[in-house]
Ligand binder design. Structure first.
Ligand code: PRP
Length: 213
């Protein structure tokens, strides 16, 4: 494959992109102009390596990769599961480790145990639906929220939440607890299916180097 074509990466803006670039530097992939933390630029180029990097909102990363606007994306497994796009997940990058859990007040464990028709708040309605309907065969009402989901049970909107737990301090400080664990999460590399064929050599080289670090 000719290296005249740019290989394009979509990275979730913020901590995810910073950690990704730290990792990439260790395998010789760097991008000097991305290091300016005050910059509002969204797209960066490494002319020597023929690489492009752009920063998007996390949930948009799988969208760019599915449509081929980016060959490769780096994003959390939570986002990959929720967006459910046609992309290949090729590598667990090992950082951003946390868990997707059902959480609530300890008293809500009874409702889960008896498969009651409960209300569930989440930023991740698809993950919540799949978990309750496909895995637990429990009918629930899912209410989509956009953040600070812990408020759901506290203000009486829902019985439980489906959300990310990292250190557990948000739950602790709000009198909630993990009731059930859905799955482990971490940052993943995803690839456009056509790019996987057309740019196989370049992509495989990157994945192999990251895997052998
Ligand atoms: C995430 C998540 C939890 C919190 C978990 O929220 O939704 O609220 O982090 O982390 P912890 O277990 O270490 O306390 P985020 O900070 O992304 O904000 P949001 O709730 O507004 O989405």
């Amino acid at each position: 494959m000719s290296t005249d074509r740019y290989l394009t990466f979509a990275l979730g803006k913020g901590r995810l992109a910073n950690k990704t670039m730290e990792l990439f530097e260790q395998i010789g992939i760097s991008c000097e102009e991305m290091k300016d933390k005050d910059s509002r630029k969204l797209i960066f180029v490494n002319e020597d390596l023929k690489l492009k990097f752009f920063l998007s909102k996390g949930p948009d990363v799988p969208t760019y990769v599915e449509y081929g606007a980016a060959d490769i994306g780096v994003v959390g497994r939570d986002t990959i599961m929720e967006e459910n796009r046609n992309v290949y997940e090729v590598l667990d990058l090992g950082f951003g480790k946390c868990r997707m859990c059902v959480c609530g007040p300890a008293s809500a464990s009874e409702l889960l145990l008896h498969h009651e028709r409960i209300k569930v708040a989440s930023k991740y309605p698809r993950i919540a639906r799949d978990y309750f309907y496909e895995q637990k065969h429990q009918t629930v009402d899912i209410i989509k929220l956009n953040g600070s989901v812990e408020l759901g049970p506290i203000v009486g909107l829902t019985d439980v939440i489906v959300d990310i737990v990292e250190t557990g301090s948000t739950l602790r400080e709000n009198g909630l607890t993990v009731l059930e664990e859905i799955c482990p999460l971490s940052a993943r590399m995803i690839v456009n299916p056509v790019s996987m064929q057309m740019e196989n050599e370049r992509i495989r080289d990157i994945v192999t180097k990251l895997r052998n670090m």
